[in-house]
Design a protein around this ligand. Structure first.
Ligand SMILES: Nc1ncnc2c1ncn2[C@@H]1O[C@H](COP(=O)(O)OP(=O)(O)OP(=O)(O)O)[C@@H](O)[C@H]1O
Ligand SMILES: [Mg+2]
Length: 573
């Protein structure tokens, strides 16, 4: 984990999104400037095909028939489009929207595989790491070009920030971290940042929000004190955080565990394609998708463009360009003497945005529970939708709803700022109750008889869930939880060099007692490496754990002599 104290020479942030990915960077010299004159630089790429729909690049990765990485982003999209036009794509591997494979998983394997649209699969770790490597290399060469005139910056001067949804579980975060390290980022120079948090940081530095000149200015909340909700509407997930600013703007505390769902912009596209499939018939749709891939890709782009232009007050519906081959193959009922477009009525278009109702419902649920939230920040590509943002504004008319101009880059630019001042988010709320599985001396009348067992000659109770932290607790980033009741014995030679591990559990029940409870799930372990000279005959441990950081951290000491052992959480199977 990168240091919390030194100001880095340069920060590069990577926003690896479900739909679009990009990077942004800046230098210490820029960070020290005032809000108005500070510059954050961004990736620059151009696309012929999709007409640069996003300031980021599409999250698509292409591997050749030998399973070697070919390209990422616009380049991958264009190459694949070309291959499909000549029907040469059969042996290639084309992956898109694969970030969603990590969403909502409490258990994740390092060996996870991802299947592409034609049914061929590759290891997920490889797809993620090669894609990240592409972004890392581009970023490094762009930085080197940017500073060419002055001094060469060495890669070791860079602090890397990789953003992840706040609603992701620990295994998904670790998966991203390992993919980033595999991509060539030094693990000690890498920090993970939570997407809605850094987006809020971006809003804090928006021009005109320098803060507090006008006491009535609602944006002064971001600088002086008060509560706000930040809603990151991405392609895959909607990620919501609620923060409180205190300490004269110096302290931002998470006051509700991050929450959300898979209601991002892609769900609108999916609703459209479900509708399209119903209209032309499932069998035809499957066949056309397979045999007319390039045309299908064109249809996807056409819908994406239409979606972006949709106005909240539009009464007309949309006229969608459908590639002629699809119209003919699907025998669509379109009067071709008039046009080659598909008319979709306003009511149907609105039904594609069902996910927006989920977002609003969830926001209401939060506002009913947390008082005094007057400010709502909407970020992410989905917030750029006139339709979506106006629906939210109408629903929460009594609140101030702010959508920054380039909402889709709020995460990656905010992540650069975060790289310079990670301590700004000073405390976070725990999303589950976490504990270690262990044995305790058996207490008659307290412990469950069926778990009673004689261990090393002692009367013990197995399967105890030893709670370390409870759901809803707010933990400062430097706050540690200490556990001292663990010990191990290593008298025999065969136990001198073993790797020890403590099983680690999450529970949705704050009063969970046993790791076998229904609410409880083993999500990983803490691995402890043996010291170079082997374990002493017996060890009494002191575990110090940090649950208020973007990733959980653990330090393990021998409580007798304070010697530290090398230890790490491992949430991957
Ligand atoms: N003007 C717009 N109108 C409607 N939707 C838009 C607009 N601009 C972007 N989007 C949608 O926003 C989504 C992309 O947003 P963003 O780049 O924030 O997502 P991401 O970071 O790739 O995904 P995630 O954060 O879920 O991993 C896409 O679904 C895109 O269609
Ligand atoms: Mg995003």
């Amino acid at each position: 984990m990168a240091d919390y104290i030194d100001l880095p020479t340069a920060v590069v942030a990577i926003d690896f999104g479900t739909s679009y990915s990009g990077y942004a960077f800046s230098f210490r010299s820029e960070f020290k400037k005032s809000n108005e004159s500070r510059e954050i630089f961004r990736n620059s790429w151009t696309s012929g095909m999709a007409g640069n729909l996003s300031l980021k690049a599409p999250t698509v990765a292409l591997f050749d028939p030998n399973k070697d990485f070919h390209s990422f982003g616009y380049e991958a999209q264009e190459k694949f489009f070309d291959l499909t036009e000549y029907k040469e794509d059969g042996e290639w591997y084309y992956f898109s929207k694969f970030k969603m494979q990590l969403f909502d998983k409490m258990k994740l394997s390092r060996n996870l595989t991802i299947t592409d649209e034609s049914g061929k699969s590759l290891p997920a770790m490889r797809i993620f790491s090669k894609s990240l490597e592409f972004l890392v290399r581009n970023a490094v060469s762009q930085i080197n070009r940017a500073i060419h005139q002055t001094s060469q910056l060495s890669e070791k001067d860079i602090t890397w920030v990789l953003t992840v949804p706040a609603i992701w579980n620990e295994p998904a975060k670790q998966f991203m971290r390992e993919a980033a390290v595999e991509a060539g980022i030094d693990k000690d120079k890498l920090m993970l940042a939570l997407e809605p948090e850094v987006a809020a940081l971006y809003c804090r530095y928006l021009p005109g929000t320098s803060g507090g000149k006008d006491e009535n200015d609602i944006l002064s909340i971001l600088h002086h004190g008060g509560r706000y909700m930040v809603v990151d509407i991405g392609g895959g997930t909607v990620d919501i955080a609620v923060h409180e600013v205190s300490g004269n703007g110096k302290k931002v505390t998470e006051i509700l565990p991050a929450s959300g769902g898979d209601w991002g912009g892609e769900s609108v596209n999916k609703s459209f394609f479900d509708y399209f499939t119903r209209e032309i018939g499932g069998e035809k749709s499957t066949k056309i998708k397979q045999t007319r891939k390039s045309h299908w890709m064109k249809l996807e782009t056409n819908f994406e463009e239409k979606k972006r232009k949709l106005k909240s007050n539009s009464e007309r519906g949309i006229r969608l360009d459908v590639p002629p081959v699809i119209i003919l193959d699907a025998e669509m009922k379109i009067d071709l003497s008039k046009s080659w477009k598909m008319d979709i009525s306003n009511d149907i278009v609105r039904s594609f945005f069902g996910s927006t109702n989920n977002i609003i419902r969830h926001m209401k649920f939060i506002l009913d529970r947390v008082a005094d939230i007057d400010l709502i920040l909407m970020v992410g590509g989905g917030a750029q939708s006139d339709y979506v943002s106006n629906m939210v504004k109408q629903e929460f008319a009594s609140k101030t709803v702010i959508v920054p101009a380039k909402a889709e880059v709020a995460v990656m630019e905010g992540a650069v700022l975060y790289g310079f001042e990670p301590w700004t988010i000073s405390a976070r709320m725990c999303r589950y109750t976490y504990g270690i599985g262990c044995n305790h001396p058996f207490k008659v009348g307290v412990h469950r008889e069926e778990y009673r067992s004689e261990i090393d000659g002692r009367d013990m109770c197995k399967n105890i869930f030893d709670r370390l932290v409870t759901e809803g607790e707010v933990l400062e980033i430097h706050e540690k939880r200490v556990a001292e009741q663990y010990s191990s014995s290593h008298k025999s030679e065969s136990r001198k060099d073993i790797i020890l591990n403590f099983p680690f559990f999450a529970s949705s029940d704050t009063s969970c007692q046993y790791v076998t409870d229904q609410s409880c799930e083993r999500i990983g372990k803490i691995d402890i490496q043996p010291p170079a000279d082997g374990w002493p005959d017996s060890v009494k441990y002191r575990l110090e754990m940090y649950f208020g950081r973007t990733e959980f951290e653990v330090k393990i000491f021998n409580d007798n002599d304070d010697r530290e052992y090398s230890a790490e959480f491992d949430f991957l199977i």
